[in-house]
Design a protein around this ligand. Structure first.
Ligand code: YOG
Length: 135
């Protein structure tokens, strides 16, 4: 059983968010705002149902899913695309594949040294984020 991702997490580092946003087609003015945000993650689990909230002063993105079950994701407030998404455990990594218009899109979360790690992928760009636990 992987270490629990549940809790409240505050961003410490954010590498290549710009490249990831360009790959998603996010416009310049929104990218400038997004680069300055202090993102938080709130991850909750009830049985096999998870909720991941990405919170900021500008916009929030809330995403809920069941493990191993494909569902329709609409990335509201992000790039506003529809994806067929599925989240699975790959060893200690929680891995999401987001099938849709953008190729090689998805993300992976894992715990390392008590930090929450996240890689966001899109069309050859990877954004790497690390969060520390605050609750
Ligand atoms: O999280 O997919 O935890 O859903 C960061 C990249 C900025 C809006 C969000 C709002 C967003 C404009 C990744 C930032 C780049 C920029 C706070 C969310 C796109 C648009 C919402 C995400 C996964 C994994 C779970």
């Amino acid at each position: 059983m992987p270490a629990s991702l549940c809790g409240t997490w505050e961003i410490l580092s954010n590498i290549n968010l710009e490249g990831y946003m360009i790959a998603l087609g996010i416009g310049l003015s929104t990218r400038k705002i997004a680069l300055k945000l202090k993102q938080r993650k709130v991850i909750e689990q009830v049985r096999d149902k998870y909720v991941i909230k990405t919170l900021s002063t500008f916009r929030n993105y809330v995403f809920s899913f069941r493990m191993d079950e494909e569902f329709d994701e609409f990335t509201k407030g992000l790039d506003e695309r529809h994806c067929k998404s599925v989240v699975t455990w790959e060893g200690n990594r929680m891995v999401c594949i987001q099938k849709g218009e953008k190729k090689n899109r998805g993300w992976a979360h894992w715990i390392e040294d008590d930090k929450l790690h996240l890689e966001l992928y899109c069309e050859g760009q990877t954004c790497k984020q690390v969060f520390k636990r605050v609750a």
